[in-house]
Design a protein around this ligand. Structure first.
Ligand SMILES: [Zn+2]
Ligand SMILES: [Zn+2]
Ligand SMILES: [Zn+2]
Length: 178
């Protein structure tokens, strides 16, 4: 099977339809609209949308797979034609996570752009063991139940981390060892 063009894959990946709970007006964004939504969310959080932050976000959003600060530093450096320190990228990614522009995929030890920067959910990541691509779904009923269970166990300030490993649709469905 031949791969579709990279930009088509980018769009296809973003439009995996999430399972939504709740009654708000949820939007998942892609491409230029995602960059606009990210800028709005960052500015609403009282932070500036600098050229460097813009470059880091665009590089992150363009990555097929969860990306490390080093991956992003390399992409931004290539675009700018000069070396970019991974440390400064790391600080920006950290800011993005705090302001809901990006999410950390813990089991991949890397970051992805959040497709719904203005909207808070406990994203459930689906990570393909074959190609490494990460997609995500939102299901507040499911993650809400996890939050409740943690609270009942006396936990405070809970943050569910739900990551599912498997094989994505594109990597096929070779029979699992039963
Ligand atoms: Zn939402
Ligand atoms: Zn989400
Ligand atoms: Zn895959």
């Amino acid at each position: 099977m031949t791969d579709p063009a990279p930009d088509l894959r980018f769009w296809a990946r973003r439009f995996i339809s999430p399972v939504m709970a709740g009654h708000h007006n949820h939007h998942d964004f892609a491409g230029a609209l995602l960059v606009d939504a990210a800028r709005d969310a960052l500015q609403t959080a009282g932070e500036q949308w600098t050229e460097m932050r813009s470059d880091v976000f665009e590089a992150l959003a363009a990555h097929e797979k969860p990306a490390s600060a080093y991956d992003i530093a390399e992409s931004v450096g290539a675009r700018r034609g000069k070396r970019v320190a991974a440390n400064s990228v790391y600080r920006i990614l950290d800011l993005f996570v705090r302001t809901n522009l990006a999410r950390r995929v813990e089991s991949a030890n890397a970051y992805v752009a959040n497709s719904h920067p203005g909207c808070h959910h406990d994203c459930i990541f689906l990570i393909c063991d074959a190609c490494g691509e990460a997609t995500h779904i939102d299901d507040d009923t499911l993650t809400g139940a996890l939050r409740d269970a943690a609270h009942r166990a006396g936990f405070a300030a809970v943050r569910p981390v739900v990551e599912i490993r498997g094989r994505c649709g594109a990597c096929g469905t070779e029979a699992d060892p039963a």
